[in-house]
Design a protein around this ligand. Structure first.
Ligand SMILES: Cc1ncc(COP(=O)(O)O)c(C=O)c1O
Ligand SMILES: [Zn+2]
Length: 414
């Protein structure tokens, strides 16, 4: 007798406009509502059954342990092993900041490409499969390019990846190695993004952060879910994350909110803080102005992964920082470099420039009293320092080079 195993199937939940509520009825995903141009968001079935803590805890250690909060019916067909990065307590950071306790959320160690963008690509690549699209693409400041290229390679599907021409070497090589169509565009990220919006209308591609944006963004919520579970089902009082397009901070808020609503955790929503480089800080400036919309900027900073001058979710991000009683900080390139070094020396963690922004932002917030001795703080380190090593290249000038002779070492020791 033979038993037949049903093939894995995956159905994406539908989309509706977050502005006017009109459902998106086309069988192809889109970025925006055809009625009002508002952003589309995933509509989850109201009657879905949610798991309890024990059920979740017994599942494999990947971000799919939270699958009821991810935008599909059925089992994932791709990128099944991403997520569950370490949450490392950092007492020396707590001391440096003057807070009760501090933890580092280490998406520097994300599988497979060492940044939190693996989370968003996990949902995006499954959406590509579920919609039967021919290829996956993205507009990227680097980390998303790495993550899309790796996921596409594992699936054996073509990838079209568009980046600003002047990205760091490791971001380019770390994309190209997977064999995608990599295209460097003369212009800023915002130019690249505009081009990709046109391409999404032209080709049957799923562009992760354009026509798949609603599915892509949901992957970021898993960072909040993991933080709660790794704190043994408790909430921190404050969370600090970097901002580029502004999606991550909005999805952290959504993730914490969903676990509170599900009764998986009690207490107050954490205060959410966002950090940017002063050379590209349109969301911080909007938050500080307190009204109006994003004023686009031409970026100029070593934090290239965060160099988005016209962030798609900037307004929503600024609202989240306000409504959670959090805040925002912008830091200079020198502060970013110092923060990368200090973080490494206090914790053994080498973060990329975006992590330097986040840690420098945490320090600035602590200095101005936004973080204090009653706080339990999680600092989201979203990318790995090996990808942006050139930021500290000049530090090598101070390293001695010697002949292999004992006397030369003795001279150094003395
Ligand atoms: C390392 C890193 N952290 C954070 C972000 C910001 O994410 P978001 O665009 O969701 O604000 C990015 C975006 O590219 C990134 O590469
Ligand atoms: Zn609409």
């Amino acid at each position: 007798m033979t038993t037949t195993v049903a093939p894995e199937t995956l159905t994406p939940f539908p989309l509706a406009c977050s502005n006017c509520g009109v459902p998106h009825t086309s069988d192809r995903p889109a970025a925006i509502c055809l009625e009002c141009l508002g952003p589309l968001e995933v509509v989850y079935p109201a009657d879905r059954v949610l798991p309890d803590r024990d059920t979740i805890a017994a599942r494999p250690r990947t971000l799919w342990r939270y699958r009821e909060w991810l935008p599909f019916e059925g089992s994932p067909v791709a990128a099944k092993d991403t997520g569950w990065t370490p949450l490392q307590e950092a007492p020396r950071v707590a001391q440096a900041l003057g807070v009760r306790r501090a933890w580092l959320k280490l998406d520097t160690l994300s599988n497979p490409t060492l940044s939190f963008k693996d989370r968003v690509v996990t949902t995006a690549i499954n959406a590509v499969r579920a919609f039967g699209l021919d290829a996956i693409g993205c507009a990227s400041t680097g980390n998303l390019a790495n993550a899309v290229a790796a996921a596409a390679a594992r699936e054996g599907i073509p990838a079209w990846i568009f980046v600003p021409h002047d990205l760091e070497l490791a971001k380019l090589v770390g994309t190209l190695v997977y064999g995608p169509h990599l295209v460097r565009v003369r212009g800023t990220y915002d130019d690249v993004n505009r081009l990709c919006a046109q391409l999404a209308d032209e080709y049957p591609w799923g562009i992760a952060n354009v026509n798949l944006r609603a599915y892509y963004g949901e992957g970021s919520k898993t960072m909040a879910f993991e933080i709660v579970e790794q704190l043994r089902w408790q909430l921190p009082t404050a969370v600090i994350a970097p901002m580029a397009g502004g999606s991550l901070v909005t999805k952290l808020r959504k993730g914490f909110g969903e676990f509170l609503a599900a009764g998986l955790v009690d207490g107050a929503l954490p205060r959410i803080y966002g950090a940017q480089a002063t050379g590209c800080s349109p969301i911080v400036k909007l938050f500080e102005r307190g009204s109006g919309g994003i004023v686009p900027e031409i970026p100029s900073t070593i934090a290239r992964s965060l160099a988005i001058g016209n962030p798609a979710d900037g307004l929503a991000a600024s609202r989240v920082l306000r409504e959670t009683n959090g805040g925002a900080a912008a830091v200079s390139d020198d502060e970013i470099r110092d923060a990368i070094r200090e973080l490494a020396s206090l914790t053994g963690v080498f973060g990329e420039t975006a992590a330097g922004v986040t840690y420098a932002g945490a320090k600035a917030l602590a200095r101005r009293g936004a973080l204090g001795p009653d706080d339990d703080v999680v600092i989201c380190l979203t990318g790995n320092g090996l990808k942006t090593a050139e930021a500290l290249h000049a530090d090598l000038d101070g390293v001695p080079t010697i002949n292999p002779r004992l006397r030369e070492v003795e001279a150094l020791v003395n």
